[in-house]
Design a binder for this molecule. Structure first.
Ligand code: FES
Length: 128
């Protein structure tokens, strides 16, 4: 239930691996994001994504909590629920639904190919 900034010599900073092809961002390697962990990924527009490993299944949301903007990847991931570390709002990372108040966060389609976690930022699935 920890978050991680995942970078290594084999896997440069995520923003450096962004591609415009299909508006897909390479978030990192599957092997570097174990179950129950999350990571943040910088986008070229200055925003960030949060990527989560829920029992081997990957999900992505915007990284900013809609309450006061805390990075959700820094929160506690318990099952499919991320809890914001600042004031405890909880979100279902599968659909972006807030479990604390009537609110949602955008979610994005995640693909796993060749051991890489790829987020399709051109295909927002839910949320604002
Ligand atoms: S900033 Fe996330 S709950 Fe307040």
């Amino acid at each position: 239930m920890e978050s991680a900034d995942i970078q290594s010599e084999d896997c440069p900073a995520p923003a450096a691996k962004s591609t415009r092809e299909h508006q897909t961002i390479i978030a990192g390697r599957v092997a570097d994001l174990p179950p129950g962990r999350s990571l943040s990924v910088a986008r070229e527009d200055g925003n960030e994504l949060a990527v989560y490993n829920v029992a081997g299944e990957f999900f992505a949301t915007e990284n900013a909590c809609p309450h006061h903007g805390a990075p959700l990847a820094g929160g506690d991931l318990c099952g499919h629920v991320i809890e914001c570390y600042l004031h405890g709002w909880q979100f279902d990372v599968r659909d972006g639904r807030c479990l604390t108040v009537s609110e949602t966060i955008p979610t994005f389609r995640v693909l796993v190919e060749d051991g890489l976690i790829k987020v399709d930022v051109g295909q927002r699935m839910a949320g604002r």
